[in-house]
Design a protein around this ligand. Structure first.
Ligand code: ZN
Length: 150
């Protein structure tokens, strides 16, 4: 059921209620008036139910949109993480290495926070030490050869 169908049903119920209310003002016998009032009592709950359905549909549409956005975000992250391989380096550190054209080391600590932080050579440390600009953690990479960009 879509919003157009619900709106049409609501409009029909509203029309029926208004038409019956108008007929009540006509010069008709009491028996007919009683019957019309009986019908009007049934139309009210129908209108309420249609209104609730419309609200429920809005809520479901919002939820659906949020879930689609979450799924899109997850897929985007999966796509990025699939371009990384976890490797143990000769210096003893276990880090991620990108399998891109220009490979680089990635901080495993920041991956847990859903951040991809490329490690940078750490000038103040030993040769082969890299540091994460995101969490400041240093990694003993060693002298593994990656064709890192200059
Ligand atoms: Zn980090």
């Amino acid at each position: 059921m879509d919003l157009v169908t619900i709106k049409a049903a609501y409009t029909s119920a509203k029309f029926a209620k208004e038409a019956l209310t108008t007929v009540l003002d006509y010069k008709i016998d009491q028996k007919s008036k009683d019957k019309i009032n009986e019908v009007l009592e049934k139309v009210g709950p129908i209108q309420d139910t249609i209104f609730e359905l419309r609200e429920e549909l809005f809520k479901l549409q919002d939820e659906n949109r949020d879930l689609k956005n979450s799924l899109r975000e997850i897929n985007r992250w999966e796509e990025r993480i699939n371009k990384l391989d976890l490797k143990k380096t000769s210096g003893g550190a276990t880090v991620y290495v990108s399998n891109s054209e220009t490979p680089y080391y990635v901080c495993p600590n920041c991956i847990e926070k859903k951040e991809i932080q490329p490690l940078q050579p750490y000038a103040a440390g030993y040769m082969g030490d890299f540091k994460c600009p995101g969490c400041d953690k240093s990694y003993p990479i060693g002298n593994d050869k990656l064709s890192l960009s200059p």
